[in-house]
Design a protein around this ligand. Structure first.
Ligand SMILES: O=C(O)c1ccccc1N[C@@H]1O[C@H](COP(=O)(O)O)[C@@H](O)[C@H]1O
Length: 214
């Protein structure tokens, strides 16, 4: 059985990047979305990612990014994937992937089984699907709010792309989430924070320990 992949998302300081690496995270996420309390500019992202070894993924989280924004981030040379967390349609995802040559993760907001099925439209366009909870209409952010969806919706789903689970994961529920969904990758942001945008070294360690025991 292969090891569970762990993505710690919304990192914005060198000490929490270091903690995530020491704890065994396989992927680190950096949010580039000015409305987010976790937003980091391209230069800061480059500096944060500089000490990260090549076997650890470095993922930029974006919401309906323009080509100009994508060009700035691509120019950092720091990224192994782009996580699109907005309303990007499959054609836009495919165009980004082709233009920038960086693997694309598409976040799919989930409330019902039909949302899971909607991921199929991204086959051939995205490289990876990240199932996340659908945030309420008018919410400040499309993710990073600690909301979870009904994980049993993933039971028996036939998924045509590699995928992962996010949304409301934390130290106390990650094992249950993996047991129910069989997710090969788990992604956490607010569940390892002491306040919005403030990552906790202790919580990062505890989350990675809990996930590694799955
Ligand atoms: O974290 C953010 O601020 C954010 C902003 C815009 C889009 C996505 C964002 N976060 C991502 O949402 C999921 C779930 O987060 P949580 O664990 O429920 O807090 C995760 O991939 C975050 O990186």
């Amino acid at each position: 059985m292969s090891r569970l992949a762990i993505k710690i998302c919304g990192l914005s300081t060198p000490d929490t990047v270091g903690a995530a690496m020491r704890a065994g995270a396989t992927h680190l996420g950096f949010v580039h979305f000015p409305k987010s309390p976790r937003h980091v500019e391209a230069d800061r992202l480059r500096a944060l990612a500089a000490p990260v070894p090549s076997h650890v993924g470095r993922v930029a989280v974006l919401v309906d990014p323009t080509d100009e924004t994508l060009a700035d981030l691509s120019a950092t040379g720091a990224l192994t994937a782009l996580q699109l967390h907005g309303k990007e349609i499959p054609e836009r995802v495919a165009a980004i992937r082709q233009r920038f040559g960086i693997p694309v993760w598409k976040a799919i907001p989930v409330k019902t089984r039909a949302d899971i099925d909607a991921a199929g439209a991204y086959a051939g366009a995205a490289d990876f699907i990240l199932f996340d909870a659908k945030t309420p209409e008018g919410a400040a952010l499309p993710g990073g709010m600690g909301l979870r969806f009904d994980w049993t919706l993933l039971r028996g789903a036939s998924l045509s792309l590699p995928w992962g689970l996010s949304g409301g994961l934390g130290i106390d529920n990650v094992a249950e989430a993996v047991r129910i969904t069989g997710a090969p990758l788990v992604d956490v942001s607010s569940g390892v924070e002491s306040a919005p945008g403030i990552k906790s070294v202790d919580k990062i360690m505890a989350f990675c320990n809990a996930a590694s025991a799955c």
